[in-house]
Design a protein around this ligand. Structure first.
Ligand code: SF4
Length: 219
C-alpha cells in the first residue's frame, strides 16, 4: 500500500499492487457577477428632479429653511419643559380623606394617564408630590423627608383645605396649619375634599406653570 491512500494491494502476490484512480474533481462554478447599478439621471426620474436640483439661496432668509423646508427650529428649554409637563410622575402617598379622591382620579373614569401622569411608588423617581390630607405635626418630618428625597425639578400640589391651611382643624394644636410651612407649594386645590375634576385642573395649572418658568434653571 502506498502512502497517501492512492494505491492498495489486492492480489495474493505481496510484490504486486493495483492502483485505483482518484475520482475526478469538478471545478467550482464561477461566482455570479452582481448586476451593475446605474446612476440616477434626473431626466429619467422626474419626481426626483426637484430634490436633485441645486437650491438657490435667497439672501435674508434662514439657510436651513431653504435647504430643509418643513424642519422646525425650537429652543431646547421649550423641548425640555414640554417633555417634563407631559410626563409628570406624582408620588403615591396620602394622608387622610382627600387621598380617596386622589385615588379616584387615578382610576379609569378620570384617567390621568392621558395627560402622561403616572403614579409612582417611590420618591426617587417622582417629580410631583400631592399632599392629600391633614398634615399632623407628627407626620410633618416624614413629609419633608420624602420631599427632599425627590430629585429636581419637583413640584408640590396642596390638595384640600387641610393641607392648605389646616382646614377643619384650624387652631388644632397637633395639626400643621398648612404644608407650605415646611415645603414650597406650587398649586393649591380648594375643597373639603376637592373633587377629582379639581385635582385634574390643578395638574393643568401645573403644566402651564412648567411652560411659563421653562427659562429658569437650577430649580
Ligand atoms: S380637607 Fe376635608 S376631606 Fe381633605 S383631608 Fe381635610 S377633612 Fe379630609
Amino acid at each position: 500500500m502506498e502512502e497517501g491512500g492512492v494505491a492498495v494491494a489486492v492480489t495474493s502476490d505481496p510484490t504486486a499492487t493495483t492502483t485505483i484512480p482518484e475520482p475526478a474533481v469538478e471545478p467550482a462554478p464561477a461566482p455570479a457577477h452582481e448586476p451593475m447599478t446605474l446612476p440616477v439621471i434626473p431626466g429619467e426620474h422626474p419626481n426626483e428632479a426637484p430634490r436633485l436640483t441645486p437650491v438657490e439661496v435667497v439672501p435674508g432668509q434662514a439657510l436651513y429653511k431653504q435647504i430643509l423646508p418643513g424642519v422646525m427650529q425650537v429652543p431646547l428649554d421649550l423641548v425640555l419643559a414640554a417633555s417634563r409637563k407631559s410626563s409628570l410622575w406624582p408620588m403615591t402617598f396620602g394622608l387622610a380623606c382627600c387621598a380617596i379622591e386622589m385615588i379616584a382620579t387615578y382610576m379609569a373614569h378620570y384617567d390621568l394617564d392621558r395627560f402622561g401622569i403616572v403614579p409612582w411608588p417611590s420618591p426617587r423617581q417622582s417629580d410631583v408630590m400631592i399632599v392629600a390630607g391633614t398634615v399632623t405635626k407628627k407626620m410633618a418630618p416624614a413629609v419633608k423627608l420624602l420631599y427632599e428625597q425627590m430629585p429636581n425639578p419637583k413640584w408640590v400640589i396642596s390638595m384640600g383645605a387641610c393641607a392648605t391651611n389646616g382646614g377643619p382643624y384650624t387652631r388644632y394644636d397637633r395639626v400643621l396649619q398648612g404644608v407650605d410651612k415646611i415645603i414650597p407649594v406650587d398649586v393649591y386645590v380648594p375643597g373639603c375634599p376637592p373633587r377629582p375634576e379639581a385635582l385634574i385642573d390643578s395638574f393643568i395649572a401645573l403644566q402651564e406653570l412648567i411652560m411659563e418658568e421653562r427659562g429658569n434653571t437650577g430649580r
